[in-house]
Design a protein around this ligand. Structure first.
Ligand code: ATP
Ligand code: MG
Length: 423
């Protein structure tokens, strides 16, 4: 039997899981302040949801999906991203009829992509994302972006910066599309096969190509900004103005098109500029997708969202050497010596726990010295020592591990007394 984890996945071991919990809590706190509510959708969906929702010409759909047939021959796919599933649920549950609009949702959970594993790139990874559906106000674009920035700030990152672009509206994009085709067509033979296929289907996608990134035509490609009609320009300016009002610095990058087919208008990425972060610097990506709800059979509904992975956030924390503020110490470690004391400790532990303290003891029959060492290793705040003599005298020894102070406490009033100082 192969006792080995699948390629591109990782175990989050107990020490590391503390950091995950801490981050997840931060995310919930921030989203709560912005009044986004959690949605939980299945880990797998009908393959069509992603093929249509993410888009046939994307890397995700063409190369990265974990698709399979179940025993009844249904085509299913482990979710590679969150937006398509959230929009599917929005339509299916008629959330567009909710009197509170826009509908502001967030999710957190594992995503699956068949990628070449490397640092910051896994085959199973956890995304946190938000979606605001039902508003076409540039203020919601700024709100969603500021939420993402806030999460990084709350996590303690300093070296993050925002890159923003707009893909304009349908009319602007149609003109830009034509210009792109004219720009690339004469020399499309010099590009990769994917780009050759993209030329007619979705030329914008060429700008997102990782293979031909350095080709000179990439740098001279017509910018969408030049093809904006008035409406697109006013909208984008307004988003930028709100960001400035919020004190969020940004750079505009007209080649930022993002990986998903359904994006339009605002697109953005948040990058890490921490030295030593590695080659993949994108921490978070998002944008507007006015049209996706209709694609799934719902009424015309604008939407905007982003997704970030916890793996890359943790990598950025490591690169910036941020120490998460985690208190994982135990309140009490009970050192019981002798059979009677051990028996008694079963009840004592339970009482401590029922009164809101975390408590543990030795279960391997170690000597007193070794038990004290355990208490130290577990960062216990207090050690309770009970032996035969203590039991006979109706007392315990309580040691404050920080100060080294030790005193006797009556068993009868033990809980009452420790409540005074151990909170
Ligand atoms: P990339 O260009 O890095 O492949 P993407 O465009 O595929 O990113 P999105 O689909 O926009 O990424 O996902 C949003 C965020 O999810 C990314 O910015 C990144 O933080 C994270 N992410 C994407 N793929 C992975 C992965 N395989 N492992 C870990 N995190 C990932
Ligand atoms: Mg990708």
């Amino acid at each position: 039997m192969k006792v080995q984890i699948p390629r591109g996945t990782q175990d989050i071991l107990p020490g590391q899981a503390k950091i995950w919990q801490w981050l997840e809590e931060k995310m919930r706190e921030v989203t709560n302040k912005y009044h986004f509510e959690e949605i939980r959708t299945p880990i797998f969906e009908h393959t069509e949801i992603f093929a249509r929702g993410v888009g046939d010409t994307t890397d995700i759909v063409q190369k990265e999906m974990y698709s399979f047939q179940d025993r009844s021959g249904r085509d299913l796919t482990l979710r590679p991203e969150g937006t398509a599933a959230v929009v599917r649920s929005f339509v299916e549950n008629k959330m567009y009829g909710d009197p509170n609009q826009p509908v502001k949702l967030f999710y957190i959970g594992p995503m699956f992509r068949y990628e070449r594993p490397q640092s910051g790139r896994y085959r199973q990874f956890v995304q946190f994302g938000v979606e605001a559906l039902g508003s076409q106000d540039p203020a919601i674009d700024a709100e969603v972006i500021s939420l993402a920035m806030n999460i990084y700030r709350e996590a303690g990152l300093k070296n993050v910066h925002l890159v923003i672009n707009s893909l304009g509206d349908k009319e602007s994009r149609a003109k830009h599309r034509e210009a792109l085709i004219n720009h690339f067509r004469p020399r499309i033979g010099e590009f990769c096969e994917d780009c050759q296929n993209r030329l007619e289907k979705n030329p914008l996608r060429i700008l997102d190509c990782k293979v031909d990134r350095e080709h000179e035509l990439m740098k001279t490609a017509p910018s969408i900004l030049e093809y904006f009609n008035d409406e697109s320009k006013v909208y984008f300016d307004k988003v930028c103005q709100y960001l400035t009002d919020l004190g969020i610095e940004y750079t505009i990058d007209s080649t930022l098109v993002r990986g998903l087919d359904y994006y339009n208008a605002t697109t953005f990425e948040i990058m890490s500029s921490a030295p030593g972060f590695g080659a993949i610097t994108t921490l978070c990506g998002g944008g507007r997708y006015n049209g996706l709800v209709e694609e799934f059979g719902g009424p015309e509904t604008p939407g905007i969202g982003f997704a970030l992975s916890i793996e890359r956030l943790i990598a950025a924390l490591e690169a910036e050497q941020v120490q998460p503020d985690i208190h994982n110490g135990l309140d009490f470690y009970v050192v019981a010596l002798g059979e009677r004391a051990k028996d008694y400790s079963v009840k004592l532990l339970s009482e401590l726990r029922n009164n809101g303290f975390s408590a543990d003891r030795d279960y391997t029959g170690r000597k007193m010295k070794a038990q004290l060492k355990s208490a130290d290793r577990l960062h216990a705040k207090f050690v309770v020592i009970i032996g035969e003599d203590e039991l006979d005298g109706g007392i315990v020894q309580l040691k404050n591990m920080e100060t080294g102070e030790q005193k006797e406490i009556k068993l009868a009033t033990f809980i009452e007394e420790i409540k005074q100082f151990a909170v």
